[in-house]
Write a protein that binds this ligand. Structure first.
Ligand SMILES: Cc1cc2nc3c(=O)[nH]c(=O)nc-3n(C[C@H](O)[C@H](O)[C@H](O)COP(=O)(O)OP(=O)(O)OC[C@H]3O[C@@H](n4cnc5c(N)ncnc54)[C@H](O)[C@@H]3O)c2cc1C
Length: 406
């Protein structure tokens, strides 16, 4: 069993192969020099901790040794030789496989205007995080290009470190893709309270390095000078290896319900794959979310061993900005109407219902973990394709648990 990509998904898959009793060889190959680590802290705790942050590893080297997982770091797979069932690494060495998992993740989407600028950076890896953190100094002028989750988490972290922050978003509002307007407005207001300048609805016409800083010219004629610009305009799946090997790809490596690619001996999982989501009628989606990468890693491992179990989980992700915790379960784009439930202490949940009354998603925001329990229950309702009574959904004295029992 060979896994390409030692991130969240690949590492979880390697461990799961052993947890499921597999006794043959397990090889985990990753480009990065570090042991597999968690990415979510990189835009949050790792940016603001007083102490130098260390990568939060998913498993230590002792664990890999004990479980006889052969972890090959600092090593990039450059080709999959399907007829020979082998991989070619960049040092020209070869690794052969019986079953292969591609868990190559995603990389930040490049902004061509920023190419060549020394002051424009992106965040994906621990090394990127260290480089950004070193430049989030008190008084530094930071521009974040893109008002998505990672950009906004970075904006909050940069403010905590005393930098001045401007967020530039081409869409009319922040988090256009991820959350409804009512929630985006709560987050936008919190950023404004912290002194973050949000410039929405404007594109960038040029980016130019000038002695020690960068000048970003906006389409509306304004120019912003910054010491650092972080480009956070989304991520693209890493599919080149799969494409070159002739596997089907379409916004990700195309897999079936049990995460198998168009080659039955090759699986793909995590941020790099596009999979059919059973609870939404088998619609093909690609998620960039931590829990999905974990769950799919474990599922891919079971299916590499022959289980043929479909992926049925409800999508879920979270984001932390300042003291606010945001969580979203399900996919809201099929929603026809929205019901609001107030949870007290400024926390609330929006339930998104399809035209036929099915609960398809729930998004919540509040201090700390305030929405976690109810989002968890909403997730269970979504998994059952429940059609809860909208009046009961809105009534905060009606326990969601009772709707689940009904
Ligand atoms: C800064 C940041 C904050 C995040 N915060 C959240 C959050 O709050 N909530 C949430 O739900 N999700 C969050 N995420 C998303 C989450 O971390 C990802 O969904 C998850 O890491 C995906 O796991 P993966 O294993 O599919 O991909 P990755 O973690 O990207 O791992 C893929 C690995 O494959 C390696 N690789 C690629 N090509 C090759 C090759 N040819 N040969 C060898 N190795 C290769 C890469 O170097 C990489 O290490 C965040 C992501 C980032 C970057």
């Amino acid at each position: 069993m060979v896994i390409i990509g030692a991130g969240e998904c690949g590492a979880r898959a390697a461990l799961a192969l052993r947890e499921n009793g597999y006794q043959g060889t397990v090889t985990l190959i990753g480009t990065e020099q570090h042991l597999p680590y968690e990415r979510p802290p990189l835009s949050k705790e790792a940016m603001v901790s007083d102490e130098h942050p260390l990568p939060r590893t998913i498993a230590g080297s002792e664990q890999f040794t004990e479980k006889q997982i052969d972890f090959i770091g600092s090593s990039t797979v450059v080709a999959i030789d399907r007829p020979a069932k082998g991989l070619i690494l960049e040092d020209s060495s070869r690794v052969s496989y019986d079953r292969l998992l591609i868990a190559t993740g995603a990389l930040p989407r490049a902004l061509p205007l920023a190419s060549g600028s020394r002051h424009c950076v992106t965040l994906r890896s621990y090394d990127d995080a260290l480089a950004i953190r070193a430049r989030f100094r008190p008084g530094a002028r930071v521009v974040i290009v893109g008002g998505g989750f990672i950009g906004l988490e970075l904006a909050a972290s940069a403010r905590k470190r005393g930098a001045s922050v401007t967020v530039i978003e081409a869409q009319p509002r922040i988090m256009m893709r991820g959350v409804p307007e009512e929630i985006a407005e709560v987050i936008a207001e919190r950023h404004r309270q912290e002194g973050v300048v949000l410039q929405c609805g404007t594109g960038i016409s040029s980016i130019e390095d000038t002695s020690g800083h960068v000048t970003i010219a906006l389409a509306n004629g304004e120019a912003i000078e910054a010491d650092l610009a972080v480009i956070g305009i989304g991520a693209v799946p890493v599919t080149a290896l799969a494409e070159a090997a002739g596997l089907d790809t379409a916004n990700g490596i195309v897999v079936n319900a049990w995460l198998q690619t168009s080659d039955p001996d090759i699986f793909a999982a995590g941020d790099c794959c596009a999979f059919p989501l059973a609870i939404y009628g088998g619609r093909r989606v690609r998620l960039e979310a931590w829990r999905n990468a974990q769950e799919q890693g474990a599922l891919a491992a079971r299916n590499m061993l022959g289980a043929q179990e479909p992926h049925e989980a409800v999508p879920w992700f979270w984001s932390d900005q300042y003291e606010l915790g945001l969580q979203v379960a399900g996919l809201a784009d099929e929603a026809a109407h929205t019901i609001r439930r107030d949870l007290g202490n400024r926390a609330f949940i929006l339930f998104h219902l399809a035209a036929d009354g099915r609960l398809v998603a729930a998004s919540g925001i509040g201090p700390g973990n305030a929405v976690a329990k109810d989002i968890r229950l909403a997730e269970m309702l979504i998994a059952r394709s429940a059609r809860p009574d909208p009046i009961q959904l809105a009534a905060s004295d009606v326990k969601l648990k009772s709707l689940l029992a009904a």
